[in-house]
Design a protein around this ligand. Structure first.
Ligand SMILES: [Zn+2]
Length: 424
C-alpha cells in the first residue's frame, strides 16, 4: 500500500519528512523499499520551503531486510519485496491521526493511499510545471483513498510522490533532534572521506550545507549516491546525539526539473536548459545580482543572483558572442532565468582598440568622431573608418567548460557537477 503525504510543513517550521518518521514508527506494517523524498517544482511561488513530498510503501515484507534508520531507539528496517498487502483502513486511521497531531494552522496537508503506483505524468508535470489540485483530484479520485485538510494543496505533492519512478535517484540520510551541536571539522572530514556524498560543506563560503536553512525538527541531512556510505558518513560526524534518523530515496540532485527549450518556448515557473549566444553583456545591478542576456533568434535575460556568491565572477567574464547553455529556473517577474549551472561552449574572440589610426600624410594619430563614426585627422582632415584603428585580441579569463553555483546556493533538484563526472 502506497502512502503519500505533503504540505504537513509550513513556512514557519515543521517538516514533512519528520511526519513521515512518525507514521513509519506508528504503522504496524513493514516498509517495502525505502521511504521516498520527492522534490517538486522549485519555482512554484506558493511552495512551502523545500517543496518536498513523501511516498512510502507499507505491507508485510519478505526477502532481504536492511536497516535504514532508528526512531526513538528502535531500529527501522525496509524489505525488498511484499509478501502480504496492508489493511487500507488501518493505515488511513494512523496517517490521519499523525497528520492531525503534527499539522499547523497555516499548512494544507493531504494524504493519498493507493494500492498501485500513480501515473508517471503526474510526477513529471508536478516537477516541471504547475499542476493544479483539481486536475490531480480528477485523475486519482476513483483509484485511491485520500483526505485533505484546510485547502489540501498537499494533494498535488502526495500524489506526485507516489507517481515518481526512480530512474535517476540519490539518497538522503536525515537526522532529527532538539539539541543541535555539530563539529564543523568533522563535517569537512566526512566530506573528504565519503566520495559518493555531495553538498556537505561549502569551502568557498565556509558554510555547513548539511544543516537546514530554517528552523526545523531536522538536525542535519547527508546526501549521496551510496546508501551504505551515508551511514558511514553519519558515524564520522561529531555532534550531539540525534533522536532519530532515517534514509530516504530521493530525486534530489537529478536535474529532473529541467527541460530543454528554445528561448521562444520558455514559460515562467519552469526550469530550463537553453542554448544561445551572449547578447547583452553581464553587468551588476543593485543588490549585487548579475544580469545578462542570451539570444537564439529570440532573447531572454539570465541572472546570477547575489546568493550565488563567487559564481557571479565567472558570469561577469562573459562577452558578447560567447556560446553558452544555461540551466535554471524561470522567474515571472522579472522574466529571467535564475542560473543554477552554465556550460560555456565557445568563448568568442574579443578585440579591444589599442590605438587610433595614424594619418599617412601627417604621421599623427587621428581623432575619433564619436562611437561608430570613424576617425578624422585634425591637421589635414583625412578620414578613416572604425576598422582602420589598431585592435588587439583580449585575453579571455574564462574557458569552455561546466560551471555551477557554490554549494551554499544549490537547489535540492540541481544535479551537482560531481554527479556528472562520476555517474554519467
Ligand atoms: Zn593628416
Amino acid at each position: 500500500m502506497w502512502v503519500g503525504i505533503d504540505d504537513t510543513d509550513s513556512i514557519e517550521g515543521g517538516c514533512t519528512t519528520y511526519v513521515a518518521t512518525e507514521i513509519i514508527h506508528e504503522i504496524p506494517y513493514d516498509l517495502i523499499g525505502l521511504p521516498r523524498l520527492v522534490r517538486l517544482n522549485p519555482n512554484v511561488p506558493w511552495k512551502t520551503r523545500g517543496n518536498g513530498a513523501i511516498a512510502m510503501k507499507f505491507g508485510e515484507g519478505k526477502r532481504e531486510k536492511k536497516k535504514i534508520g532508528e526512531i526513538n531507539g528502535e531500529d527501522v528496517f525496509c524489505y525488498s519485496s511484499l509478501k502480504k498487502e496492508a489493511d487500507v483502513d488501518e493505515i488511513a486511521e494512523i496517517v490521519d491521526k499523525v497528520i492531525k497531531r503534527n499539522m499547523r494552522n497555516d499548512s494544507e496537508p493531504s494524504f493519498v493511499i493507493s494500492k498501485s503506483k500513480l501515473p508517471y505524468h503526474i510526477y513529471i508535470k508536478a516537477v516541471r510545471e504547475i499542476l493544479k489540485k483539481k486536475d490531480v483530484e480528477k485523475e486519482i479520485k476513483n483509484k485511491v483513498i485520500y483526505k485533505t485538510y484546510n485547502g489540501g494543496r498537499g494533494l498535488i505533492g502526495a500524489s506526485s510522490a507516489i507517481a515518481w519512478r526512480p530512474k535517476d535517484f540519490t539518497y538522503e540520510l536525515i537526522t532529527y533532534g532538539k539539541e543541535k551541536w555539530i563539529d564543523k571539522k568533522s563535517v569537512i572530514e566526512m566530506d573528504k572521506l565519503c566520495k559518493s556524498t555531495f553538498n556537505n560543506y561549502d569551502y568557498e563560503n565556509d558554510y555547513i550545507a548539511i544543516l537546514p536553512k530554517a528552523h526545523s525538527p531536522v538536525f542535519y541531512g547527508i546526501r549521496g549516491d551510496d546508501m551504505e556510505e551515508l551511514i558511514k558518513a553519519k558515524n564520522i560526524i561529531v555532534s550531539s546525539k540525534e533522536e532519530r534518523w532515517i534514509t530516504f530515496k530521493t530525486n534530489q540532485a537529478t536535474d529532473e526539473h529541467l527541460q530543454k527549450k528554445r528561448i521562444k518556448d520558455i514559460k515562467p515557473y519552469e526550469s530550463v536548459i537553453t542554448r544561445g549566444k551572449v547578447k547583452k553583456e553581464p553587468h551588476t545591478i543593485r543588490g549585487g545580482h548579475v544580469i545578462f542576456s542570451i539570444y537564439d533568434g529570440n532573447e531572454i535575460e539570465c541572472s546570477a543572483y547575489e546568493p550565488t556568491k563567487g559564481f557571479r565572477e565567472i558570469i561577469l567574464e562573459l562577452k558578447r558572442g560567447d556560446e553558452v547553455i544555461v540551466y535554471g529556473g524561470v522567474r515571472k517577474k522579472p522574466f529571467t532565468i535564475n542560473i543554477e549551472k552554465i556550460r560555456i561552449i565557445k568563448v568568442a574572440d574579443v578585440y579591444e582598440k589599442v590605438e587610433n589610426p595614424v594619418c599617412e600624410n601627417c604621421k599623427k594619430h587621428m581623432k575619433s568622431m564619436g562611437k561608430g563614426k570613424g576617425y578624422k585627422c585634425s591637421i589635414c582632415g583625412k578620414r578613416a573608418g572604425e576598422e582602420e584603428a589598431k585592435y588587439l585580441k583580449i585575453n579571455r579569463k574564462i574557458f569552455p567548460g561546466f560551471y555551477e553555483v557554490p554549494v551554499i546556493a544549490r537547489r535540492h533538484l540541481a544535479k551537482p557537477l560531481k554527479r556528472f563526472e562520476s555517474f554519467s
